[in-house]
Design a protein around this ligand. Structure first.
Ligand code: SAH
Length: 223
């Protein structure tokens, strides 16, 4: 069997067993996971079985590509519609960026580690050529105000508490923030903004890498 067909088989198995079989029922999300080849977002030489395993996997720099089920679950919590503007914090491998873009979202993605944003900037357009994405090397705690407000903000690393700046950059008309929060005991949280009101809901317990606080003098840049 050639590697393209085994990749398609493993991808289908991941979607059926680890996503649909574990409660992801939004067809748009399942279709996006069927389309994006996850092996393009793990280090070269990674076994295909690991590229499609339902667990986080190292991508270098002490970071990991997130577990497929958690990515799907968080996108489902975002309740997004095509054309929505999404701020993604923690680009990492760019896999989730590709999933969001292939669902028709306009994506602004922030990453602290320059090498990761450079490689994601190559990997994502190679699989979603017509995507509307801005890749920015910046600190996620600050969000990205030039493109605010956002219909959705999704954070792929855990702050100890919910950053105020992110709540401010949500659309007042139902914008939704989905993030893991906490130190040892983390939980997924969604915050929905309705004017000046913020409605918070707690969801699954999770384990994410920390959202890092860069030093005071750190200056981000667009790459
Ligand atoms: N969704 C990504 C997750 C990568 S892990 C994937 O599946 O590949 C989390 C990422 O958040 C890491 O790449 C890390 O460098 C980044 N990160 C950590 N603190 C950050 C911060 N303050 N601002 C922006 N990115 C940050």
């Amino acid at each position: 069997m050639n590697s393209e067909s085994s990749s398609a088989i493993l991808r289908m198995r991941m979607v059926r067993r680890d996503l649909a079989g574990a409660g992801i029922d939004d067809e748009r999300i399942l279709n996006a996971f069927m389309k994006i080849p996850r092996e393009k977002f793990v280090p070269p030489g990674t076994r295909l079985a690991d590229a499609y395993g339902d667990y986080p996997y190292p991508i270098g720099f002490g970071q990991t590509i997130s577990q497929p089920f958690i990515v799907a679950f968080m996108i489902q919590m975002l309740e997004i519609e095509p054309g929505d503007r999404i701020l993604e914090i923690g680009t990492g491998s760019g896999y989730q960026t590709a999933i969001l873009a292939s669902m028709g979202m306009e994506v602004v993605t922030l990453e602290l580690i320059p090498d990761l944003i450079v490689s994601a900037k190559k990997a994502v357009p190679a699989v979603v050529p017509d995507a509307d994405i801005k890749f920015i090397n910046a600190d996620g705690y600050q969000g990205w105000s030039p493109a605010a407000p956002y219909d959705g903000i999704i954070v792929s690393a855990a702050p100890v508490s919910i950053p105020d700046e992110l709540e401010k950059q949500l659309s007042p008309d139902g914008g939704r923030l989905v993030l893991p929060s906490g130190e040892w005991q983390q939980r997924l949280i969604s915050v929905t903004r309705d004017g000046d009101n913020l409605i918070m809901k707690k969801s699954l317990p999770v384990r994410f890498v920390p959202l890092v606080k860069p030093c005071r003098h750190w200056k981000g840049k667009s790459v």
